[in-house]
Design a protein around this ligand. Structure first.
Ligand SMILES: Cc1cc2nc3c(=O)[nH]c(=O)nc-3n(C[C@H](O)[C@H](O)[C@H](O)COP(=O)(O)OP(=O)(O)OC[C@H]3O[C@@H](n4cnc5c(N)ncnc54)[C@H](O)[C@@H]3O)c2cc1C
Length: 401
């Protein structure tokens, strides 16, 4: 099979890239072992970042709560959403079909490149020849040469969806973070974990105990055990489990250097290094990728197509922004429960434009720096010292650490 672009991977990144590329008229093939399988993860995002996908949402909450402890909390007047994976996948599938996107159910083994094209070998021995290959195979990319550098931090979470049979939950807000730890012995509160909770339709809830970021990763079992303790402390009793989510997300690893195969989504280390979010950014980056490739389509030189795609997805300023976010991640990695709570108490007191921009991962590096400066200015002397001293590791070259 021959095509303009072969997109490898049938997760959110692969489908988003493939649909947008096909819609520009490039002949595009999406390849994955089971491209129509339901995505297993639950995806949440801020509503204003996914306006184009409103018809694919399962639930929208008008406001969000962040709780630091029994006394300190913030109610954020910003709407939060959970995607309905079935609707999102159906929409992408329909748009893909209309645009002539071809789908192959196969795994890709390897890619060989010549000056004229790239050839992918599939597990059924077939081959696909394409001018451009996009690797969207997730956090363990199949084709990209990953950059060497400092290992990523890891977000770990254990989540359960079930009916809430006992206890009360405020149904018009989602709980983004609850760091309260009174239910844990004083010497067992680190590493910090928090509750992420979504009241869903009927009496259902999704509750997840999350380690925001740690290196090495916290044990999933710790999250599971703490979730039980926290639910008991809140007086929440769950009915039979409907779904379990086990979350392991690498964050802030070195982003890949530009190369012949283009990385997209998790394969491109595109997860926000300080929050673990990615889905909204991938949905926004799809059109940018497609526009960039389409703009050089008349020059049938594979290396030009790759360069245009890399420049669109990892422009120099985004790499600078990512370095600042990694600074933020290193600070978080160093903090125990009381500093973490103090940090987020300060973070959500800064101007909403600042923290919202910082969270989005789709702003200029200068804006990231302004948000960080705003936190610094609001911080206590003790927190300022941590902000100054703990993140520098991220700015040092990896070989120096
Ligand atoms: C449990 C969990 C919850 C998350 N929740 C959120 C959230 O709420 N909000 C948010 O913004 N982000 C979230 N993330 C982070 C991020 O958005 C997800 O990891 C997202 O799934 C990454 O998308 P992806 O398409 O890059 O990779 P994946 O979803 O991992 O998809 C990769 C695809 O590539 C295929 N593949 C792999 N190898 C090959 C091969 N050799 N040949 C062909 N195909 C191959 C796989 O079968 C798979 O379909 C979450 C992550 C996890 C793990």
């Amino acid at each position: 099979m021959k095509c303009d672009v072969a997109v490898v991977g049938g997760g959110p990144a692969g489908w988003t890239a493939a649909v947008h590329l096909a819609e520009t008229g490039l002949s595009t093939v999406l390849i994955g072992p089971d491209p129509f399988a339901r995505w297993p993860n639950n995806y949440g995002a801020w509503r204003d970042e996914v306006e184009d996908w409103i018809d694919t949402l399962e639930h929208v909450w008008p406001r969000v709560e962040v709780r630091l402890d029994a006394d300190r909390f913030h109610v954020l007047e910003r709407s939060y959403v959970r995607f309905d994976n079935h609707r999102l996948q159906s929409k992408l599938r329909e748009r893909g079909a209309r645009a002539g996107l071809e789908i192959l159910s196969c795994s890709v083994h390897k890619a060989l490149h010549s000056p004229e094209a790239s050839t992918l070998t599939l597990d059924d021995e077939g081959t696909v020849t394409a001018t451009l290959v996009v690797d969207a195979t997730g956090h363990r990319p199949a084709l990209i040469h990953t950059a060497r550098g400092r290992p990523p931090g890891i977000q770990v979470a254990y989540g359960v969806q079930a009916t809430l049979e006992g206890g009360v939950i405020d149904r018009d807000r989602m709980l983004l973070m609850d760091f309260s730890a009174d239910h844990l012995p004083a010497d067992d509160r680190d590493p910090p974990t928090f509750l992420y909770a979504m009241p869903l339709a009927g009496d259902d809830v999704f509750v997840e105990e999350t380690s925001l970021v740690a290196r090495p990763a916290v044990d999933l079992e710790l999250c599971r055990r703490r979730l039980d303790l926290r639910l008991a402390a809140r007086g929440w009793r769950l009915g039979p489990v409907k779904e379990i989510e086990r979350c392991f997300i690498p964050m802030g690893g070195p982003e890949p250097a530009a190369q012949r195969v283009v990385a997209f989504g998790g394969a491109a280390a595109a997860v926000h290094p300080a929050t673990g979010y990615m889905i909204a950014n991938v949905l926004r980056a799809g059109p940018r990728l497609a526009k960039a490739v389409s703009s050089v389509r008349d020059q049938r030189e594979p290396t030009r197509w790759s360069r245009a795609a890399w420049d669109a997805t990892w422009p120099a300023d985004r790499r600078r922004a990512w370095m600042l976010y990694r600074y933020g991640m290193e600070v978080l990695l160093s903090m125990g429960i009381s500093s973490t709570a103090e940090f987020f108490d300060t973070f959500f007191k800064i101007d909403p434009d600042h923290w919202q921009g910082y969270h989005s991962g789709d702003i200029k590096s200068g804006q990231v720096a302004s948000a960080m400066w705003a936190v610094f200015m609001k911080a206590s002397p003790r927190l300022r010292w941590q902000l100054m001293s703990k993140g520098f590791y991220a700015l040092m070259p990896a070989w120096a650490s």
